[in-house]
Design a protein around this ligand. Structure first.
Ligand code: 4AD
Length: 468
């Protein structure tokens, strides 16, 4: 008998098919009329398949009537039109094999609803819940859209390294990679740990961004993207930060800031359109149980324009907002989450792209604008802010002029010798280029409405937490 997923078996065209469905029991209910209803889920969709298990089954009394949540089963039979109104189909079982029992006294996911916080303690079982199962299907769809979008647009997928010696963001938030014995490391003449004797012959870290290596490949292949795990040792325990997250970073030669913003806008709209089309059932669940504004927000983003605004104008708006912000608003200060949210949620009520930030608060690699009327220097940075999440994309046009870049590195105390290859790109056929980074988890938060970033990645890594 052919194997059918629950998703396919729930659809009307399956009616009449003889099939085997395999999955995990959600509930069992015994009818006085001589059969049991067994709800089976296999993760292929949100809904369960209703199995009708008749008393005639040889193992009805000995096994079927002992099924509890979490047991794994293989059910063979005919898909028929459902008598009840809740689903289109159900499976009339001719056979029901129990593959694995689940001790009812110990299985944590009993019928009672658990909080998302509690479910994090059971990260090995939580994908069997409606909420986390739905998040992971959406996460999968978003990941596929990311590849589809860039592949269809002529971007090449490059694999930038996970282990690196350079701190792209210059924030010093890197995890060290070492094979030295922490109890007895080799030391240099001055008593400092001698990383020249470490595995790679120098201090090495987990990457905070694939951008710098992406720029190398964009300077040869034109349009590239990298998509992989990214690490930040920032000690922020917020609902938007992870120590390990996934970032997609396109980088394109002959791109200036406005091309970069256009790309980001098309990209986000494409992901949202794909999810709206292909994840309807999951989105409706999020809209009903997690965030009642999700569908409306997504439809608005897919159909509307992104507001574009220089940082300096945003500061003006914030100063006049009449809000009692916790952090002061002043030109030259980075925007805090509360400021970003005011702009995107309260003031504009939709996606906003902020550009041209003060040079002093941005990394060395961003293209420097000439001084403004008041003599202040900005860089061609862009942050995309969306309601509910805040910053979802960060990017910029890159500084491709050797002398300006060298000056910026000097200002920021960076050793040019460490970046010789990055500077070489500006010596040999340098071209304007630009790119950005989208945090996959923030995108999944945005499309699902999930409040905490820990609930949109299978195994969250945060300060003090590395179970599983
Ligand atoms: O703004 P960020 O730091 O930009 C860069 O790393 C650039 N090098 C990207 C580029 O231009 N190629 O990070 C980009 C995005 C943020 O907007 C956010 O979505 C996500 O990465 N992000 C995080 N997501 C989860 N946890 C964290 N700790 C994150 N830090 C950044």
């Amino acid at each position: 008998m052919p194997h059918l997923s629950v998703k396919d078996a729930r659809l009307e065209p399956a009616i009449g098919a003889q099939a085997v469905v395999k999955g995990w029991v959600r509930t069992r209910r015994d009818s006085k009329a001589g059969f049991s209803f067994v709800e089976v889920n296999d993760g292929s969709c949100l809904g369960n398949l209703q199995v009708i298990a008749p008393a005639e089954l040889a193992n009805y009394e000995s096994e079927v009537k002992h099924l509890t949540a979490g047991c794994s089963v293989a059910v063979g039979g005919e898909v028929v039109a459902s008598q009840g109104g809740k689903q289109a189909t159900e499976l009339r079982a001719d056979s029901l094999e129990v593959i694995g029992w689940a001790e009812p006294e110990n299985y944590p996911l009993q019928k009672k609803r658990h909080s998302l916080e509690k479910l994090r303690e059971w990260a090995h079982l939580r994908p069997r819940t409606n909420a986390i199962g739905a998040v992971m299907r959406v996460r999968n769809r978003v990941s596929r859209s990311i590849h589809d979008f860039f592949q269809e647009d002529g971007f090449l997928y490059v694999h930038t390294p996970i282990v690196t010696a350079s701190d792209c963001e210059g924030a010093g938030e890197m995890f060290r990679v070492t094979t030295l014995d922490p109890a007895d490391p080799p030391r240099d003449d001055r008593g400092a740990v001698d990383y020249a004797k470490d595995f790679f012959g120098r201090a090495s870290y987990l990457t905070v961004s694939g951008q710098l290596e992406g720029e190398i490949y964009a300077s040869a292949l034109g349009k590239v993207y990298t998509f992989g795990p990214t690490f930040r040792a920032e000690n922020s325990n917020t609902s938007r930060h992870l120590a390990e997250f996934w970032m997609v970073e396109p980088e394109a030669a002959f791109f200036e800031l406005s091309d970069n913003i256009d790309l980001a806008e098309r990209f986000l709209k494409r992901i949202v359109a794909d999810v709206l089309r292909d994840c309807q059932e999951d989105l409706e669940m999020f809209n009903q149980h997690v965030d009642k504004t999700v569908l409306e927000r997504l439809e608005k983003l897919a159909g509307g324009e992104f507001k574009r605004l220089p940082y300096t104008e945003a500061i003006g708006l914030l100063e006049q907002a009449g809000e009692d912000f916790e952090y002061p608003v002043a030109w030259g200060h980075d925007l805090q989450a509360e400021h970003e949210r005011w702009l995107t949620e309260k003031h504009f009520g939709g996606p906003v792209v902020l550009t041209d930030y003060p040079a002093s608060i941005k990394p060395f690699y961003m293209y420097v604008n000439g001084p403004d009327a008041e003599g202040r220097t900005t860089v061609r940075a862009m942050d995309v802010l969306v309601p509910g999440v805040g910053e979802i994309i960060g990017g910029s046009q890159r500084e491709h002029r050797l002398d300006v870049l060298q000056q910026r590195m000097e200002e920021q105390g960076l050793d040019q010798a460490d970046y010789w290859w990055y500077l070489d790109l500006r010596r040999y056929g340098s071209v304007p280029h630009a790119g950005f980074g989208l945090g996959l988890e923030r995108m999944v938060q945005y499309v699902t409405g999930m409040h905490n970033i820990r609930d949109v990645i299978p195994f969250p890594r945060t300060p003090g937490s590395c179970e599983f």
